[in-house]
Design a protein around this ligand. Structure first.
Ligand SMILES: [Zn+2]
Ligand SMILES: [Zn+2]
Length: 340
């Protein structure tokens, strides 16, 4: 048996024929295992969905009750038999509920990691390294220029700006699922105890995080606050909502903020390099540590990572999966950047 007898790429995405399921399929399928609730990985309309409870809940929040024919929640570390394969979910450290999918059969193990980061995040379980024969990785930031640095230093930068400009509203553009809550939790960890405001688009998910016991402190809706309250306060929002804010300082939290031209192009005054994806060092260190002899790259900057893997004596290839996006970018800077 070879890894491709366990998982292989099909038009609908990664498929486990012997288990009768797809992982994060880009088309509707009979049975799907979903790594996490970001829209490009978690689509509505599958027959059966297996995922963590949090991923199922977040899909329900996004798509409504009937997002799948049936659902099955499994815990991290729990193993279920699907056809002739054994499936175990392990934390991916990406967002709440995110999981790597380990698929084993005949003594071989292939791990599909979805999106992941090997960096501490107070809002989700830490990435767990799983030894395997083949490792399927993303490559969103798969270029040596991408080194995310210390996210705490970025939060400190934001807090310094709030101190410096107490009369200005600080608007932090951040992806609605994961990034926004992580920024809030990191602000709390840094000792910031003022009310933090969120745009309505972030409310449901933020309340859900709180209901799962993620400590975010006092979070209120920006639309219920007056201008005086918003001045000098921090508001998390999608980046197209600055009009009614008093002299906003526009910030954006994304791994792409490492690229100065991109921050400038989108008129971001205070770029915050905070990413929920592994950077180059994270990707390469993780690949090496899995012990995998084969590396398959799903999406992002595949070429450099495939090349690096080959220099390490690993068999590597790009899967070229069409349909996986980059949430850092998709929901972030693309709409009405002029207003951000
Ligand atoms: Zn994601
Ligand atoms: Zn993704």
């Amino acid at each position: 048996m070879r890894p491709e007898d366990i998982l292989l790429r099909t038009p609908a995405g990664i498929c486990c024929r012997i288990g009768g399921f797809h992982i994060d399929p880009t088309a509707t399928v009979e049975k799907a295992v979903i790594t996490h609730a970001h829209g490009d990985h978690a689509r509505a309309g599958h027959g059966a969905v297996l995922a963590t409870q949090e991923t199922l809940d977040l899909m329900r929040l996004r798509y409504g009750e009937s997002f799948a024919g049936s659902t099955q929640a499994i815990r991290y570390g729990e193993t279920v038999a699907l056809g002739r394969a054994r499936v175990t979910l392990h934390p991916a450290g990406h967002v709440l509920g995110s999981a790597q999918v380990a698929v084993a059969a005949n003594g071989l193990r292939v791990v599909a990691s979805g999106d992941y980061k090997n960096v501490a995040d107070p809002t989700c379980a830490a990435f767990e390294l799983v030894r395997c024969d083949a490792f399927i990785t993303e490559a969103t930031f798969g270029l040596p220029v991408f080194r995310h640095g210390n996210p705490e230093a970025e939060i400190a930068k934001l807090l310094r700006s709030v101190d410096l400009f107490p009369e200005r509203a600080h608007l932090v553009g951040a992806y609605a699922l994961g990034k926004a809550q992580r920024v809030i939790a990191m602000l709390r960890a840094a000792g910031y105890d003022q009310t933090i405001y969120v745009h309505g688009a972030l409310e449901k998910i933020t309340r859900y995080y709180q209901s799962r016991g993620i400590g975010l402190g006092r979070v209120e809706l920006a639309r219920n606050a007056n201008k005086a309250e918003l001045a000098g306060a921090i508001t998390l929002c999608p980046p197209s909502t600055s009009r009614r804010f008093p002299e906003p300082v526009t910030c954006f939290a994304s791994g792409w903020m490492r690229v100065r031209a991109r921050a400038r192009q989108h008129l971001v005054e205070l770029p915050l390099v905070i990413s929920d994806h592994a950077d180059w060092d994270g990707l390469t260190a993780t690949i090496a540590a899995t012990g995998a002899s084969e590396v398959w790259v799903t999406h992002g900057q595949e070429e450099a990572l495939v090349h690096w893997s080959a220099t390490q004596g690993l068999q590597a290839r790009a899967l070229d999966i069409v349909g996986y996006g980059d949430e850092d970018e998709a929901d972030g800077l693309s709409e009405n950047p002029g207003e951000a």
